[in-house]
Design a protein around this ligand. Structure first.
Ligand SMILES: [Zn+2]
Ligand SMILES: [Zn+2]
Length: 251
């Protein structure tokens, strides 16, 4: 019998205007970083976790302004609590999937097998079972395009469409602070390009673009943050493995 974990989330204050929220009793391999950025006129939440516990209630004490919620992409570990919020944004390629709760695109359909009971070291509430898990539809979500800007008053985040991991994967870039929120496009761990909606050639193009990005702090969708030097290493590693010829004679 697993313990009930409450609150389900944990928060790390990185700076006055930056918080990282996680779900610590969920497997570290799929545990997403949910980034809360406090702006002057509005706050920005990047990604919303599994949706097995109310993120909106959990965050209530930290929120004192209108909140803009952006899903870096539609996968369940990032989009689960989107349905709880009023102002929700996602790239247009995955907009319909989030609005309708398309469990195939979200990767939460039971037959895909990505959310087993064994990935939960504790449960969020009495009677929780991963077998019944699904991400709720979010019909209020609005579609984003490459180049759109999420404005918080004192700072603004540009939407970069970076497909490959999934068709609607985005990063958010603040040129003034040179901070980059990378979702699942790049993090310091095994990058996934063999999913239903992954396209390696697009992933390679996205990675080439990241080599040009002026950033000094990457806040990723999983694992820890890193600097530009590490970003370049991770991007080059991916490009090298995926561009490597199949046969030594082709080198
Ligand atoms: Zn993903
Ligand atoms: Zn993820």
């Amino acid at each position: 019998m697993k313990q009930i974990q409450h609150p389900w989330f944990a928060t790390q204050r990185i700076r006055d205007d930056l918080y990282c929220i996680t779900e610590p009793l969920y497997t570290w391999e799929n545990r997403a970083n949910l980034w809360l950025i406090k702006g002057r006129d509005a706050d920005l939440l990047i990604d919303t976790g599994l949706g097995v516990s109310s993120l909106k209630l959990y965050l209530a004490d930290l929120l004192d302004k209108p909140l803009k919620v952006v899903a870096s992409h539609v996968h369940f570990d990032h989009s689960g609590s989107c349905h709880e919020f009023d102002q929700v944004y996602i790239h247009q390629n995955e907009h319909r999937a989030l609005c309708s709760g398309d469990q195939q695109m979200i990767l939460s359909a039971p037959e895909i097998g990505f959310v087993p009971d064994s990935d939960f070291a504790a449960i969020p509430y009495q009677g929780f079972s991963a077998c019944d898990y699904e991400v709720k539809a979010c019909p209020q979500a609005q579609a984003l395009q490459h180049g759109d800007v999420i404005d918080l008053g004192n700072r603004a985040f540009e939407v970069m469409h970076l497909p490959g991991h999934s068709s609607g994967s985005i990063g958010l870039y603040d040129a003034s602070s040179q901070q980059f929120f990378s979702g699942d496009v790049v993090y310091d761990g095994h990058l996934l390009d063999d999913l239903e909606d992954s396209v390696i050639s697009e992933y390679l193009d996205s990675m080439e673009r990241l080599l040009q990005l002026k950033t000094n702090e990457v806040c990723p969708g999983h694992y820890h943050s890193f600097d530009r030097r590490r970003l370049t290493e991770l991007v080059r590693q991916y490009i090298d493995t995926r561009k490597a010829p199949l046969c030594p004679s082709e080198k």
